[in-house]
Ligand binder design. Structure first.
Ligand SMILES: Nc1ncnc2c1ncn2[C@@H]1O[C@H](COP(=O)(O)OP(=O)(O)OP(=O)(O)O)[C@@H](O)[C@H]1O
Ligand SMILES: [Mg+2]
Length: 228
């Protein structure tokens, strides 16, 4: 599903060059639940942006489902993101004075669907993400952090993505709430989604079945666990 070879990313700001990725290679097969772990500044978000087709590498090759991503034009890239990828971020990025249901319906607003279809799909995704039905019409700023993140997960599912990328999805949550959210990801994994989750906490990474450690722009270790 994902195959990358010798990915390098150099950021240039004026005369300052930062080598954020220094030659990263790995592959991820369909249905895997992978955590990418590493300290702050190690290149995790940079890697996720490349894998999620939000940014391109300075050099190296990246294949997503057989397509070489760097060869795609902007239209093809947005089509790829729209059809294959879901994103979940640390800061939830929900519209605050908008209901849970409306927030989740949003990604399909400009698609060829009726309001009713979007609403039905949003309800399915919310239930799928473990959100209690009694909260569907609450405003999103009236929720707990864990509930907000479940709404964000539901929203990422609206396009039925083959891959879900999550960058520090538990970064704003307390330990107990983090575990609830990680269980939601484990459930999605059991249902067959490919999940790539970024964290700097080993405890959170341990919810995944494979842990790739990144340090200073390079892969330090890549370990598969025998869980389940
Ligand atoms: N747009 C940018 N321009 C210049 N340098 C950047 C840019 N984005 C990231 N960097 C640098 O690249 C390196 C890797 O950053 P990245 O955001 O990938 O780290 P990270 O592992 O996600 O860290 P964190 O855990 O703090 O989120 C850092 O040294 C960072 O300062
Ligand atoms: Mg980051």
């Amino acid at each position: 599903m994902i195959e990358c070879k010798d990915l390098k990313k150099i950021y240039i700001n004026g005369d300052v060059e930062t080598a954020a990725l220094k030659g990263v290679s790995f592959s991820i097969v369909k249905g895997e639940f992978v955590a990418i772990i590493g300290p702050s500044g190690s290149g995790k978000s940079t890697l996720m942006h490349i894998l999620g087709a939000l940014d391109s590498p300075t050099s190296g090759t990246y294949f997503l489902e057989g397509k070489e991503v760097s060869k795609l034009d902007d239209d093809e890239l947005s089509e790829l993101r729209r059809e294959k990828i879901g994103f979940v971020f640390q800061a939830f990025n929900l519209l605050p004075r908008t209901t849970v249901l409306r927030n989740v319906m949003l990604p399909l607003l400009y698609s060829d669907t009726t309001e009713k279809e979007r609403e039905d799909r949003a309800k399915i995704c919310l239930k799928y993400a473990g959100m209690e039905e009694s909260k569907f019409n609450n405003l999103s700023n009236q929720l707990s952090g864990g509930q907000m993140q479940r709404v964000a997960i539901a929203r990422s599912l609206m396009n039925n993505p083959a891959i879900i990328f999550a960058d520090e999805p538990t970064g704003n949550l307390d330990t107990k709430t983090s575990h609830v959210v990680m269980e939601a990801f484990q459930e999605l994994h059991r249902k067959g989604h490919t999940i790539i989750l970024i964290t700097h906490e080993l405890e959170i990474a341990n919810f995944a079945e494979r842990i790739i450690s990144v340090r200073d722009g390079a892969i330090e270790s890549d370990v598969k666990k025998n869980i389940q």
